[in-house]
Design a binder for this molecule. Structure first.
Ligand SMILES: Nc1ncnc2c1ncn2[C@@H]1O[C@H](COP(=O)(O)OP(=O)(O)OP(=O)(O)O)[C@@H](O)[C@H]1O
Ligand SMILES: O=P(O)(O)O[C@H]1[C@H](OP(=O)(O)O)[C@@H](OP(=O)(O)O)[C@@H](O)[C@@H](O)[C@@H]1OP(=O)(O)O
Ligand SMILES: [Mg+2]
Length: 361
């Protein structure tokens, strides 16, 4: 009973299944307390312990890619049809591979500004897949067919949190692709990989975090060629492996050209459209504005480009993230997060510089 004699609203239970290292960062006491004040019990889910001993849950959030876990969850969900799983495995799976991650851009996204003023086109960079066992000749052929030119970026095919999933290599000349396939590149970077067209953008990118109807944009330092020596991890021939620059929070790379933030209607419209095309609630994407005059690298008429999408990223790095997460959970519980076009909140900021020791990968 409340003090004035009304019945307390029922408490709701939200299970969150994350790998231990991520759970430690994400499920801190402040999140648990903030949620509890709103009548939500956040329960960390331990994979390996039967779900029936941990539930029941109203909502289950998860970022664990293991076949046995997926099967157990599917089984449990049949017995508990009221439980809402956010997000569905079928929608998350394409994001875990860089081959399919940018598929929402198979058709460019066109956005129109308020009152019909302004129009922008958002595209993804051109990329090709280099499978394991690819020969030098095959690699050259693929590259020629795609019409891509150096510099190129090599990224691991799998973006599913496994060791090495955040590796990045700059290939300065096309000969570097032959080195990569024949294992003559820097150690620790191999196949299968994606080769993506490098797009000059002034060394600054915008990370846009989406939590259902809540959108938060953060400015981050980004890769800029020539890469400053302190960001090069290793090099061999025409290939350099690079430290995870965007994790240096807002310490702007020395070479970064300060540019204006994209207008709110662009970021907001893009977040909503991606939410719709991806069918996901919890993700972020990296947005950049290509510098002028790079015809071979940027699709005609592209005003902005999305280079990467991550599922359930490091939301805990956002200031006030506990309140944002609880607001998101509340909107889910109230059934108000359903319409992908609905926007509840838009926040944009530059984070205070953190030390270069920050990256955890
Ligand atoms: N096509 C591109 N053109 C220019 N720079 C790029 C491109 N793709 C990636 N980068 C740079 O490389 C960085 C890492 O690439 P990407 O975001 O794909 O990897 P990631 O492992 O998901 O990293 P993070 O988790 O930091 O987003 C980006 O933050 C950006 O600075
Ligand atoms: O939190 P985790 O350790 O899982 O790492 C996540 C990482 O956070 P970190 O920067 O704190 O490492 C995220 O970075 P931001 O985009 O939010 O900056 C993003 O890259 C996720 O994709 C990573 O998850 P993974 O893909 O590796 O599972
Ligand atoms: Mg990224």
């Amino acid at each position: 009973m409340t003090e004035d004699g009304r019945a307390e609203p029922p408490r709701r239970v939200v299970g969150i299944a994350l790998l231990p290292a991520k759970a430690k960062k994400h499920l801190g006491p402040k999140l648990i307390e903030t949620a509890a004040q709103m009548g939500i019990d956040i329960r960390p889910v331990h994979v390996g312990k039967p779900l029936k001993e941990q539930g029941p849950f109203d909502i289950l959030l998860h970022k664990i890619r293991r076949k046995e876990w997926e099967e157990e969850l599917a089984e449990y969900s049949k017995e508990h049809p009221h439980m809402r799983i956010v997000d569905s495995f079928d929608r998350i799976r394409p994001i875990m591979s860089r081959f399919s991650m940018l598929a929402p851009f198979d058709k460019d996204i066109s956005l129109t500004g308020p009152q019909g003023h302004g129009r922008v086109r958002v595209c993804a960079p051109q990329q090709i897949s280099i499978p394991e066992g690819c020969t030098r000749e095959q690699a050259r052929k693929l590259l020629g067919e795609a019409g891509m030119e150096a510099p190129l970026l090599a990224k691991p095919l799998w973006a599913d949190g496994r060791d090495g999933a955040h590796g990045l290599a700059v290939i300065h000349e096309v000969e570097g692709v032959e080195q990569l396939v024949s294992g003559e590149g820097p150690s620790g970077f191999g196949l299968p990989a994606m080769l993506q067209q490098y797009v000059e953008h002034g060394g600054c990118l915008f990370k846009v975090f989406v939590m259902g109807p809540i959108v938060v944009m953060v400015r981050r330092p980004s890769l800029h060629i020539p890469v400053p020596p302190e960001d090069v991890q290793d090099e061999a021939g025409f290939i350099q492996t690079i430290a995870r620059i965007s994790s240096f929070q807002s310490e702007m790379a020395g070479t970064a050209v300060l540019q204006g933030d994209p207008p709110q209607w662009v970021v907001q419209g893009l977040a909503q459209e991606l939410r719709r095309r991806l069918g996901l609630n919890l993700f972020n994407f990296d947005l950049l504005q290509p510098s002028p005059n790079q015809p071979g690298r940027v699709p005609d008429g592209a005003d902005y480009m999305v280079i990467d999408i991550n599922y359930f990223p490091g939301f805990e790095k956002l200031p006030n993230y506990e309140n944002l997460m609880v607001e998101f959970l509340t909107s889910l519980l109230q059934g108000k997060a359903e319409d992908p076009r609905a926007l509840k909140k838009f926040v944009s900021f530059s984070q205070k510089p953190l030390s270069r020791a920050a990256p955890s990968h």
